[in-house]
Design a protein around this ligand. Sequence first.
Ligand SMILES: *Cc1c(COP(=O)(O)O)cnc(C)c1O
Length: 386
Amino acid sequence: MMSDQSIPLSKPDISALEERLVLETLRSGRLSIGPMVERFEAGVAEAAGCAHGVAVNSGTSGLHALLLALGIGPGDEVITTPFSFIASSNCIAFVGATPVFVDIDPGSLNMDPAAVEAAIGPRTKAILAVEAFGNPVHMDTYARIAARHELVLIEDACEALGTTLAGRKAGSFGRAAVFGFYPNKQITTGEGGMIVTDDEVLADQCRSIRNQGRAAGQVSGSQGSWLTHERIGYNFRLSEVSAAIGVAQLQRFDSIVEARRRVADNYMQRLMGVPELVLPTVASGVKPSWFVFVVRLETRFAEAERDRIIHGLRAHDVGSAAYFPCIHLQPCYQRKYGFRKGEFPIAESVSHRTIALPFYAGLTTRDIDLVAQTLEVMISREHLSR
Ligand SMILES: *Cc1c(COP(=O)(O)O)cnc(C)c1O
């Protein structure tokens, strides 16, 4: 258990505005399929530079619904990254398609564009790109590759709301993109997600899939077709209460992102002089909204040393995590697809050395100094034990 003095890995930024809109929603009597969801959809679509938003109950269900709507299924291959949160690949497995991993570029931590192109084959249906830790670098290149090969680009932008690349918003590169609103993301709805796209037909298919296969636009109690199901759909709906949190978060979005940028700048200043660490790189043309703050140890550090450093931080009440273990080496992926160690050496090497540090809007300079001091002590312990 962490003490009261502990610094958690993340913390949602919730204000009186979220409280007020939630209370108003509770009192409105309308708890599902109502005006808050519509407001939230319009707001996120705008923040992503897209025409349509389809709210869902998680980022994972958003990806699932999107792959179904795109008709991706058994026999199809989807090119994706092994260096991500597992949901970006699980959605491919959900629909019975095959994930084809490619190695990452060690600078951006996103898929190496040349490796993406080399992995395209006759069964390739889509490229599912993830903005790793919110970094949009190469998204424009993937879009060009997809266009050239007549493939669909799906953007898992769950870590990237509010980020831009050369002025272009994360979420606007793919045929469609998905955001997630789990409490550690830039904005939260508790649980929630959003599909965004310029394609109205695709948006309506996603609306139908999320609402038990009803035709888009069906409202409970409306004439006729509430009990007519055009396809076998899911219940991926987001509640009005959750959407109310999201609407408030969006109203405060600029100040939330500003606060995250300040914290990231403070970390950069404080950790710049630590020779054992590689700090996150922000490429020119990128304006990050900062999902997490992940540093990594130099290449001479082994996974076991990194793990001990993380345990040491936690033992001193400093939240820390190994973002992310490679997906192809997760037990379920090794078992189902037969992946082995060494297949994607850059992703594996990076993922063995990453350390996510506490990161949220309220983190003070004093907190950051405490985190940095503790980290330095844990690193020097590893030196001493050599
Ligand atoms: C957070 C996240 C998701 C979605 O997560 P949910 O918890 O289902 O909202 C999907 N992909 C990536 C890369 C993520 O970081």
